[in-house]
Design a protein around this ligand. Sequence first.
Ligand code: DGJ
Length: 749
Amino acid sequence: MGIYFEEKSRVFTLQTKHSTYQMKADEQGTLLHTWYGEKTDNTDLSCLIARWDRGFSGNPFSVGGTDRNYSLDTLPQEYSCFGTGDYRISALKVENADGSRAVSLRYAGHTIEKGKYALCGLPAAYGTPEEAETLAVELADADSGISVRLLYGVFEELDVITRAVQITNGGKEGVTLLKAASLCLDWQTGDYDWLTFHGRHAMERNLQRTGIAHGVQSVGSVRGASSHHYNPFVMVCAKNADEEHGDCYGFSFVYSGEFLMETEKDQIDQTRLVCGIHPDNFAWRLEPGESFIAPEVLMTYSPQGQGGVSRIFHRLIREHVCRGQWKHSRRPVLVNNWEGTYFDFTGDKLVDIARDAAELGIELFVMDDGWFGKRDDDNSGLGDWYPNEKKLGCTLKELGERITALGLRFGIWFEPECISIDSDLYRAHPEWAVAVPGRSPVLSRNQLILDFSRKDVQDHLIERISDVLKSAPITYVKWDFNRSVCDKYSNALPAGRQGEMAHRFVLGLYRVLETLTQAFPEVLFEGCSGGGGRFDVGMLYYTPQIWCSDDTDAIERLQIQYGTSFGYPVSTMGAHVSAVPNHQTGRVTPLSARGCVAMAGTFGYELDLNRLTEEEKEEIRGQIRTFKELYDCIQYGEYYRLTSPLSGSCTVWETAAPDGSEALVSAVYHHVQANPVPVYVKLRGLDETASYRIRLAGAPEGQGQDERQTEHKAEEIRSGAALMHAGLLIPPAKGDYCAWQLHLVRINQ
Ligand code: DGJ
């Protein structure tokens, strides 16, 4: 297996198929980080550390103050501490009972076990004893009694290492954790860029690549959720690394709350990355005997550039994060009524849409916001999770039965963590709404936050949602969250523990999600936060798909889904075909382009189907047939970003079956030209020794699908080698936002 410990040198080497990770407990007991990257053997790589005397980088007194070459300020470390001689960004900052802020950790033992550790109350990647191993390294601070257990999960085959941290106060007095990061990683060598994903509501996860420079750079969130604004996924790449080549590392924080990912290039050009809970709203009281768990970070290294890292994360999330019945079951093609009706609907109107949906081959009808309490706009009703039977014209059960009688599944929307001031729940429990005593709270979308750090609030929501789910034939829930959290204060916590509220809120959310997903295993949960404001691996542990963005414009979606694909697989990205002109941008795109883009996700529709023409309906029937036919290739295929939507005239991506038996190449022109520059792409993941038949997806064998094809050959045969090494010419654009879906099937070995 992949974890080796060399007793004499106290070197730990974690070997995966293509990477090596190494650390060493040195002669002082400091746990040094010696290597992460290209695979090597178990050689002790502390020989690479330049231990030289440097001014203003002090030497720990515990070594007698005599070894001027030994400084925590320059040594690469596994878990850096604040206040004891390392002046760089730290992972652990503790306030002791006497008010001092100092902690220093030394090696105190370790264990190695088969299987992957789990974290109580927190999401974490999982694996069988055949798939994963766990290393736990114990570190201790002799002066305070604080001990730290560094947890490492090694997925050897997958090239993934996970990290989490458990901090225990073994001292006699209480302490406060001011920062408890989950990962600290030092590179002694190399010059790196990092890729971060920033955004805003309706334009999430825009790629930014910048050099890691001297000084501290960071991305993070203090919004109570991981946020639209920065995603808790980053890559660190060698300067020359690109989509296909070069050293590239990926880091994903398995957490849905406030986070901080920081880099620092130090005085001798070493690079440090620290990831964890954002310390700004964090101060965790640890009484003697108590422990705190810092959430997990997933890491990988690939010599195959950003694409290599993405594909590892896609497999990891699909196979070792997403759980339950829907992990491998086919997700239903859905229709959601939000952009079709907004709040303006009746039960009959919904059934009318569902009737058309059934006839088109759609499998799930989702009733969005507006079915409960007093909720005809977004100013009232949140918290009152009782069906508005007057508006629906029937009970929820009756509505569900009418929809299921059409052969569809029935789904429903909730926003459990929010409350309207104009709601019965607020009138009964104003103390459940988050606010700082004596101050007016910040309203957003005219709503407040429910204090999910409180157990009574959690229990109330579990009961309300369970009652609704039991009352009708519901097999899908959309879990929304439409504002950032501010005024972080909980009436249920004492003054000295208010710094725990933001994290306790997330733990409360996880408890509610865990309880409900276990109680209703047949229900497919889809996460959402005003689109993709909480698109993170933590949520994916409970909700195997997340609505990617409130921007449904196919051309904008190219960019959003492109950015999202760096850290997350297609099977997690909620994507729908909506009406034109698009409600967010006013842009008019052909139905074929909207279908093509939505098929790079969990695929569904979000428009009033009753308003479609017969021609449009026929095209939609074809899209659904195509999606169902190509489902495995799209959802489980290896994903390749062949061009970027940020440049050129056409975005092209490919999903290839892992065994090379088929592939789907999707291309959408975002810029049409009179005298076009041709677009060529080299395909990936094919069998070089085989031939492939190429035809338009959805077209019957040997026949064109529509008039676009008449100028294009119906079917072609090409070798895998030629497609991969010479390339493929993408057919030209025929009008604005033209889309092509080319299906390749291997025809011989
Ligand atoms: C935000 C979501 O992203 C939308 O899809 C929709 O569900 C609205 N909320 C409803 O309020």
